[in-house]
Unconditional design. Structure first.
Length: 68
């Protein structure tokens, strides 16, 4: 998912997406450890998507804090 698409989501939707990505990254790490991961690039993509979501949540948090 691109950052452009993520910016259209609400903060609640971003938090839900963050939880999904954390779970997915955990399962991918487990599969890699047991040598069952067919596509190792999937782990990299998931980590980067998680970083994008966290960045957007952080940006929104600092915008809200600066406005107060």
């Amino acid at each position: 998912m691109k950052a452009r698409e993520l910016r259209d989501l609400s903060s609640d939707e971003l938090r839900a997406r963050e939880r999904e990505l954390l779970d997915e990254a955990f399962h991918l790490r487990m599969r890699r450890a047991t040598a069952q991961l067919a596509n190792p690039m999937k782990l990299r993509e998931t980590r980067r998507a998680l970083a994008r979501v966290k960045t957007l949540l952080r940006e929104r948090a600092t915008e809200g804090g600066a406005a107060k």
